[in-house]
Design a protein around this ligand. Structure first.
Ligand code: ADP
Ligand code: MG
Length: 288
């Protein structure tokens, strides 16, 4: 069964990459939906001030999100647990912590707190804030902004597993390598400075928005496979009009009614996401 064993904590998965437009949000939301359809209770935490994941759940970050719907009170120290921010959504078994532009303040408040109090661990605020939450959910998926921001660092330090979506284009590959290096240096630096250990149960590179017939992209795919080896998930998410149509309607392939779009492409896109969820679920179950 897909049930979390008695006493096992929920698994936190952070979806991250330096770059915008690499399908972080699409992957995070689709993963949340796919895992919930496989019987898991999921919390989606949107940490990108742009609030794209929030928007996909039909909530407008500018107009409809108040500060107490977001992680901001946690980052500013007004709250110690993220529990206060959790909302239900239209999707069964997915709850949401929203994002809004005001989340940018985390980038000023976290370093300010650190400078006032040398013992303050700015990178562990989310990790601590999720302590109570990990008992309540099977999986916590965190969507992040396209930068190695304080918010992203918190998301990485709270994570058991990391997914880095990566379209097979030369520029995306180059910047992903930078992300990878900085991310490793950063984790190692924080570990060394505090004598604590931070390791991940799994790190996945997800080939996203792959154009099947594109010669250039198959060259870069080869680089990705050589560079990241067995970290690359054995699945590619095809670039399809279906995914674009879905997001134009503020949803994902899992939101589109069957028959509303070209059924062959639809099946291909959906199968790829199903397989992605299955592969991630296997890694989650291996941790449990
Ligand atoms: P990020 O969060 O990394 O900025 P998004 O998930 O918002 O990336 O995706 C960027 C754009 O690419 C969006 O318009 C989205 O609809 C589109 N997109 C994502 N995945 C696919 C796909 N498999 N096929 C076609 N378009 C996609
Ligand atoms: Mg995004």
């Amino acid at each position: 069964s897909h049930r979390r064993p008695e006493g096992a904590a929920g698994i936190t998965i952070t979806v991250a990459n330096f770059k915008g437009g690499v399908a972080k949000t699409t992957s995070a939301v689709t993963l949340a939906q796919g895992l919930s359809m496989r019987g898991h209770r999921v919390l989606l935490v949107d940490l990108d001030p742009q609030g794209s994941a929030t928007t996909l759940f039909g909530v407008l970050p500018d107009a409809e999100v108040d500060v107490e719907h977001t992680a901001m009170p946690l980052f500013s120290g007004d709250e110690e647990s993220l529990q206060y921010a959790i909302r239900t959504t239209y999707w069964p078994n997915i709850d949401l912590v929203c994002a809004a532009p005001l989340l940018y303040n985390a980038e000023f408040i976290l370093p300010a707190r650190q400078s006032k109090d040398a013992g303050f661990e700015f990178w562990r605020v989310l990790d601590r804030g999720l302590d109570a939450t990990r008992e309540q959910y099977d999986v916590i998926v965190v969507d992040t902004p396209p930068s190695l921001s304080y918010a992203t660092i918190n998301a990485l330090m709270a994570a058991d597993g990391v997914i880095m979506p990566l379209p097979p284009s030369a520029l995306d590959f180059a910047s992903s390598a930078q992300f990878w290096d900085l991310f490793s240096d950063l984790c190692n630096g924080l570990i060394r400075s505090r004598g604590k250990n931070k390791s991940f149960e799994f790190i996945d590179v997800l080939l996203s928005r792959v154009e099947a017939s594109d010669a250039a992209s198959s060259v870069v795919r080869q680089w990705v496979l050589e560079g990241y080896g067995d970290k690359v998930l054995p699945i590619e998410i095809p670039k399809t009009a279906v995914a674009a149509t879905a997001s134009a309607e503020f949803g994902t392939v899992y939101d589109l009614p069957r028959g509303s779009v070209n059924s062959k492409t639809f099946a291909r896109a959906r199968d790829a996401y199903d397989r992605m969820c299955e592969l991630v679920e296997q890694q989650i179950e291996a941790v449990w």
